[in-house]
Structures are given as structure tokens and as C-alpha cells.
Write a protein that binds this ligand. Structure first.
Ligand code: CO8
Length: 258
């Protein structure tokens, strides 16, 4: 069904692999469409508790497809940028956690794709950057917005203006990634984190994701109200009763995702 990505589900964890290694997994319209379809499948499948997003071969994703962009006029570029934003926003906002396992180059749209994920783990072989200004472009899949939020304005401006590529250690130092792993241990490490998350109450994880995302860009007072409402609503979930009762009865909780 998919031609440019691979989609697998194993023990509640979906793995989405961008699979266009001959073009360094560059995001053309087809890859973006298939990513949207895959994440739609993630939303629909109740068994999936967490997602790992990675790339096949040497790259995670080396950017939006430069050959495709080279031919676009402004109207077509707008449609392409909107398609990219649609995918990034979908990944950022689905009610399930998404872990980027960055195996290699995460450049331009690839860096933007991993930034739309909740958590990033990098292989020691990974390289990050926003090289768009070297192509006469600017980041167009949310990089100007997400990079400063993740690493601060100064680091973001440095990376975007200079087009510098940084390695995993530097990405970790500035807070772009949360963990660094040896290449052969990257997926196992991502699965370990996904497994830990999948063992928690799914409804609580999804509500926490919602509050963090929606609380981030609003003032503290409004955020505080948003959190209080989300926190109280969760008391009507069966999983909240189960989690707290299991603690009191000194047993392991069994989640219903209800
Ligand atoms: N788009 C299209 N093709 C690509 C891309 C890309 N982003 N990256 C690599 N490829 C292709 C190469 O053209 C090459 O194809 P071929 O074999 O047919 O010549 C093949 O992949 C292998 O690449 P290389 O031979 O270059 O491999 P190297 O190992 O020598 O280098 C690099 C790997 C460093 C990753 C190098 O390929 C590179 O610099 N790639 C481009 C990185 C880049 O500039 N990315 C940013 C693109 S712009 C962007 O992402 C904007 C996002 C917002 C879009 C908004 C829309 C309006």
C-alpha cells in the first residue's frame, strides 16, 4: 500500500520508516501524503500506544525534495508548504506520543520533521541542520517556529543563518535531542522509551501531551486554567480510578484506555 514509507506495528508500538534511501529520504509530495496516511492509521488503531519515526539507510530525512521545489511557483510552493505543515502539525498533535529515532542526516524539512515529534533520540551518526538559506530558501515546514522553541532564539538563529550542520553531541548539548545512542542500539533505545510510555495510562499520556502542547504558547494564567480543567476531567476516566486503586491495593494497574 505504501511506496515511500514502511509501516509496522509490534506490541502496541508502530514504527514508521521513511523509505526513499536513494534520495536520502527527501520529502516529496508522495512521502508527505503517505506519512499523513500512516499517522491517520496510528490515530485509528486503538492498539497503538506509541510511535517511532525513523529513516532507511544513511539519512533520517535530508530535507524537502529540492528537485520538486526547484520547479514550483509561489502558488505551488504555498500548497507544498501547507502540505508539509499539515503533516508536521498532525504528528505534533495526535493523541499518542511520537519518538523520532534520528539515524542519520536530519536536514531542512528532515530536521523540521523530527522537531514535530515529542521526543528525539539521535544515533552518534546523526547530523542536524537547517541549510535552507544556502539554497536561497528559508525553513518552510515550521523550522523557524519550532527550532527557537526547542533550543532558544540564539541557537536557532545561529543554525538557520549559518546553515551549519551539527552532530548528535552538539544537538544534545543545546537540547535538540534528549538522548544519544550508538547506531546499532538506536531502535532498541527508542523501543525501550516507547515501551516505558506504553506501560503508562494511555489517556493520561495523551492528556499530558495536549496540555504541554496547548499550554506552551499561552500565558501562565490561561495555561493554568487549561491544566486545571484537563486534570479534573481525567477523574472521570476508568483508568484514573484503576491507577490510584492499584497503587492502594499494591498491585499493577491494567489500563482500559477509557
Ligand atoms: N532533495 C532531493 N534530493 C536529495 C536531497 C533533497 N533534499 N538530498 C539528497 N538528495 C539526493 C541527491 O541529489 C542524490 O541524488 P542522485 O544520486 O540522483 O545524484 C542522492 O540523494 C544522494 O545524495 P548525495 O550524493 O548528495 O549524498 P552524500 O552522502 O554525498 O550527501 C547530504 C548527503 C549531505 C545529505 C546531501 O545529499 C545534501 O546536502 N542534501 C541536501 C540537504 C539540504 O539542503 N536539505 C534542505 C532542503 S530544503 C528544505 O528542506 C526546505 C523545507 C521547507 C520546504 C518548504 C516548501 C515550500
Amino acid at each position: 500500500m505504501y511506496e515511500t514509507i514502511k509501516f509496522e506495528v509490534n506490541e502496541g508500538i508502530a514504527t514508521v520508516t521513511v523509505n526513499r534511501p536513494k534520495a536520502m529520504n527527501a520529502l516529496n509530495s508522495q512521502v508527505l501524503d503517505e506519512l499523513r496516511m500512516a499517522f491517520h492509521e496510528v490515530v485509528q488503531n486503538d492498539e497503538i500506544r506509541a510511535v517511532i519515526l525513523t529513516g532507511e539507510g544513511k539519512a533520517f530525512v535530508a530535507g524537502a525534495d529540492i528537485a520538486e521545489m526547484n520547479k514550483l511557483n509561489a502558488v505551488e510552493a504555498r500548497a507544498f508548504a501547507k502540505k508539509g505543515h499539515g503533516v508536521m502539525n498532525m504528528i505534533e498533535n495526535i493523541e499518542k506520543p511520537v519518538i523520532a529515532a534520528v539515524n542519520g542526516f536530519a536536514l531542512g524539512g528532515g530536521c523540521e520533521l523530527c522537531m514535530a515529534c515529542d521526543i528525539r533520540i539521535a544515533s552518534t551518526k546523526a547530523k542536524f541542520g537547517q541549510p535552507e538559506v544556502g539554497l536561497g530558501l528559508i525553513p518552510g515546514f515550521g523550522g523557524n517556529l519550532r527550532l527557537p522553541r526547542l533550543v532558544g532564539k540564539g541557537n536557532a538563529k545561529y543554525l538557520i543563518y549559518s546553515a551549519d550542520m551539527i552532530d548528535a553531541a552538539e544537538a544534545y548539548r543545546i537540547g535538540l535531542v534528549q538522548k544519544v545512542a550508538e547506531p546499532e542500539e538506536l531502535i532498541a533505545e527508542a523501543e525501550k522509551i516507547a515501551g516505558k510510555i506504553a506501560a503508562q495510562a494511555p489517556i493520561a499520556v495523551s492528556v499530558a501531551k495536549d496540555v504541554i502542547n496547548n499550554g506552551y504558547d499561552i500565558d501562565m494564567k490561561s495555561g493554568s486554567k487549561y491544566e486545571v480543567n484537563a486534570f479534573s476531567l481525567i477523574f472521570d476516566s476508568e483508568d484514573m480510578k484503576e491507577g490510584t486503586t492499584a497503587f492502594l491495593e499494591k498491585r499493577k494497574a491494567t489500563w482500559k484506555n477509557k
